[in-house]
Design a binder for this molecule. Structure first.
Ligand code: ASP
Length: 441
């Protein structure tokens, strides 16, 4: 039988209505056997995620202040879901334990993890599936790092015994049995681990968008979803700011050769995005896969006559950055110039030391700093086989009066990165979207 591991994000389980949609999705396919829920998310834009409420409730308790009003608000969120679903279930005992643990300073991780734990109990009851506490099967080492091998063995052993199960996301346990969470958004990681452990055919990650979008919808309204993206493309886009999935969620499934399908709980009929190891460039609908970017970069340009003949010049310049703990993003160079692109805020904290270091080690003729750089990355496996891709990018920018300050093409031909003025950032993304996507529709 096929096995699908399905993870539902917080907005997919924010209230009883969403639970109903989720159960329908799960029951529509008997392969959807193992379910990983997040804690209830926002029901509307003004709402607060239960995880955030738990953090502030615990902080209040830890300060010795009255945490009961917020505690009761959290309890009410769950009670509403239970009663709206008409379930015969009480979480009174669990809430009592949580209250006592808060008073005994059980820790912020424990507090936050209760969001997923309680949601998991409700979902398991509603679906008629077994509930498996993630603390019993997901293990961290003394160093706080996930013990993936041990965890996969424990998860598999446990799940082999049940036909269907709900395993709450976001947390596991430390060797001393205390609870530890992943970083925020970490239920994605739990889903990936469970999928790898049971060697699932696919890891479905259900959220509130129909997959990865070609670019940020705050910049281009209603952008096209990406049909298929490779792990490498995803990494490029995620690095440049695109987010849907927790970065650490990739490794367990990728290693096991399991594809991920990002799906929309509110539009289950949409295909969503498939994240796969490799895909041919021919199956791309568009030449590019996605556009992402960031503001807040800075360029340090170092000029020195005959620089190209000075062995070790580049290394010495980069050493000045390294010694001060500032990592570089790109290093475009000319014959007698070399530019180093870095995060502005990181650099400015160490500016004097780095500039001094460069002056001392390479004695440049001139150093110039441009503090107004935004980077835009155009990513796509299809770019390699299409002639004229770079020309189209630059033509679209020129037509929109954008001055290109820097160009960097990765040697894999998977991406082209363009540096522009911060004020041209949005215009650049719109222009590139327009030429590669809108004009092809
Ligand atoms: N509930 C956690 C958070 O808000 C984990 C998750 O939703 O994945 O970060």
């Amino acid at each position: 039988m096929n096995t699908k591991v399905v993870k539902f994000g917080g907005s997919s389980l924010a209230d009883a209505n969403q639970f109903i949609k989720v159960a329908k999705i799960i029951k529509a396919d008997e392969a959807r056997r193992f379910v990983v829920p997040s804690a209830p998310g926002k029901r509307n834009s003004k709402d607060t995620k239960v995880t955030d409420m738990l953090y502030s409730c615990y902080d209040t308790a830890a300060r010795g202040d009255d945490f009961m009003p917020l505690f009761n608000e959290i309890k009410q969120r769950y009670t509403d879901i239970i009663s709206d679903l008409g379930l015969d279930l009480s979480l009174d005992k669990e809430f009592e334990t949580i209250k006592v643990s808060f008073m005994a300073r059980a820790g912020r991780d424990y507090a936050a993890s209760r969001g997923e734990y309680l949601n998991g109990i409700i979902l398991a009851k509603y679906l008629g599936y077994a509930f498996i506490d993630a603390a019993d099967v997901i293990f961290f080492g003394e160093d706080g790092k996930l013990r993936l091998e041990e965890t996969c063995i424990a998860v598999k052993k446990r799940l082999d015994k049940v036909g269907n199960a709900v395993i709450p996301g976001f947390y596991g346990s430390m060797p001393n049995d205390t609870v530890k969470t992943f970083s925020r958004g970490g239920s994605d990681i739990t889903g990936s681990i469970v999928a790898a452990a049971v060697n699932a055919d696919i890891y479905e990650n259900w959220t509130d968008v129909s997959g990865f979008l070609v670019c940020d919808p705050r910049i281009v309204p209603d952008p096209e979803p990406i049909q298929t993206i490779t792990y490498r493309e995803l990494r490029e886009l995620a690095y440049m700011g695109a987010t849907v999935l927790h970065e650490d969620a990739i490794f367990p499934v990728r290693r096991a050769g399991i594809p991920i399908n990002i799906k929309n709980t509110n539009k289950p009929e949409d295909r969503g995005t498939f994240i796969v190891e490799s895909a041919s460039s021919e199956d791309c609908i568009y030449t590019i896969t996605g556009i992402a970017g960031h503001k807040g970069f800075l360029t340090v340009t170092i000029e020195k006559d005959m620089m190209n003949q000075e062995l070790g010049f580049g290394r010495k310049v980069l050493e000045a950055f390294e010694k001060n703990g500032v990592s570089f993003e790109h290093v475009p160079s000319g014959i007698d110039t070399m530019s180093v692109i870095v995060h502005k805020d990181e650099f400015e904290k160490k500016e004097d030391l780095i500039i001094e270091g460069i002056k001392r080690s390479v004695n440049p003729d001139h150093i110039e700093i441009d503090r107004d750089i935004a980077l835009v990355a155009v990513v796509g496996r299809g770019m390699k086989s299409q002639r004229g891709t770079a020309a189209r990018i630059f033509a679209s920018l020129a037509h929109n009066n954008v001055n290109v300050k820097m160009i960097d093409q990765g040697s894999s031909e998977l991406n082209v990165i363009v540096g522009v003025s911060t004020e041209d950032f949005e215009t650049s993304i719109k222009a590139i979207y327009d030429i590669f996507i809108t004009q092809m529709l």
